[in-house]
Design a protein around this ligand. Sequence first.
Ligand code: HEC
Length: 127
Amino acid sequence: MKARRILPLLALVLLMPRGGARAVEPAALYAELCAGCHGEGTTRLSGSPYPALFGNPQVAAAGPIYVALKALQRTGNMYPLCALASDEEIATLANYLAAANGSQSPPLSPAGAAALRPAVGDCPVPH
Ligand code: HEC
């Protein structure tokens, strides 16, 4: 039973290109990796556990590093984005969402995103 749940996700992780092959266009990346849960709007769907990431005061206040950490950490039931997204993709998404929310923090570089990876520990395969 467990293997049945793990295998499709493993296949997804293995089949997905890590950067390079995927266009690093922020809105497209967001649509591909985040919108399935968070949606495209500014309000959380009623009853949903997924906070809206636009019009989000927490993202506005805490900036791109916060977004990158949340994305890397497997917050809630988020996918292991640490395994699915390259440093460049994490930085692109973090800067895109921070800017969309009016954050005044400086943008995160791909090297900055790479430097955050150790802070979130191992990159676990989902269970
Ligand atoms: C499988 C569903 C899922 C996907 C896909 C997902 N998230 Fe999440 N995310 C969640 C849940 C659930 C929470 C709330 C749990 C929490 O904050 O502890 C959350 C919280 C967050 C938060 C914190 C929001 C706040 O108000 O503090 C950020 C930032 C975030 N996600 C970024 C992202 C980004 C960026 C992506 C795409 C790269 C993404 N998420 C993809 C489920 C998901």
